[in-house]
Design a protein around this ligand. Structure first.
Ligand code: FPP
Length: 249
């Protein structure tokens, strides 16, 4: 069966009323994809952006409510300067070409991460995306850039401590109250139902550590530049076969 036929078959098997509301993706394997083709790493990232285009469109079509993409981690600064610069040019490149379509398709652009170290042109591109899509009510496309979960949790603790100090909040803090201080809480995003990681790595790599507590995890050996609609459907189908108990018996 060719991949188009497989896609249609899976699409029929999937329960469209039980699409995971929030899908988060660790997009990994761009470098290895390029190396296996004798190409520079940048070619892998470039192809990775094409995958982002395709997966954003298809996620929206499927009715996913929030799609969070891990585009740059706080650890990625350790890469060579040329690669950091290249990765930093991608949000701008992507938004420049896709923003009109995102606006038209009612997608709302969002951002989580620490702005402080991000170059001005990246912040400007994100702000333009936020601004132009702020009235959209459809899928939230959430880019994690210069994001690290431990830093997010520490930052939340600092903000909370400050509010305690000022008497805004008492010390008997609940999980819900704490969540509200995380980037995702401040944006009122639900926790991910499904986490996908590509390229055969089985780690969370400091991504959404708090929010993934009860998420279903789905891993594939496929490198991100080769990830396609069929893989996303497979992940959703597998997700729907699992029984989510949230600790209950
Ligand atoms: C991991 O692959 C990937 C990244 C560090 C960057 C991911 C970014 C994209 C896929 C493009 C982002 C697109 C937009 C629109 C912001 P790797 O380079 O670590 O691959 P490797 O582990 O095989 O070396």
């Amino acid at each position: 069966m060719d991949s188009k036929a497989q896609e249609l078959e899976l699409l029929q098997k999937i329960d469209r009323s039980k699409i995971p509301a929030h899908v988060a993706i660790i997009m990994d394997g761009n470098g290895r994809w390029a190396r296996e083709r004798g190409l520079p790493r940048s070619a892998g990232h470039k192809q990775g952006v094409e995958t982002v285009r395709e997966i954003v469109r298809y996620s929206n079509y499927l009715g996913i409510k929030v799609l969070t993409l891990f585009a740059f981690s706080t650890e990625n600064w350790k890469r060579p300067p040329w690669e950091v610069n290249y990765l930093m040019s991608l949000p701008e490149q992507y938004l420049h070409s896709e923003l009109p379509e995102l606006v038209k398709n009612n997608v709302r652009v969002n951002f989580i991460g620490d702005r402080k170290r991000l170059p001005q042109q990246v912040c400007a591109a994100i702000d333009k995306g936020l601004q132009e899509t702020r009235n959209n009510s459809g899928m939230v496309l959430n880019f994690a850039l210069n994001y690290g979960a431990r830093a997010e949790i520490v930052q939340a603790a600092r903000l909370l401590a400050e509010d305690v100090r000022q008497g805004v909040i008492g010390t008997d803090i609940t999980e819900e109250q704490f969540s509200a201080y995380l980037y995702t809480g401040r944006l009122q995003l639900p926790d991910p139902d499904l986490l996908i990681r590509t390229s055969g790595e089985y780690r969370l790599s400091n991504f959404l550590l708090w929010q993934l507590a009860y998420s279903e995890l789905w891993f594939t050996r496929t490198y991100w530049p080769d990830f396609n609609r069929l893989h996303l459907l497979q992940a959703i189908y597998d997700f729907q076969q699992r029984e989510r108990r949230f600790g209950k018996s």
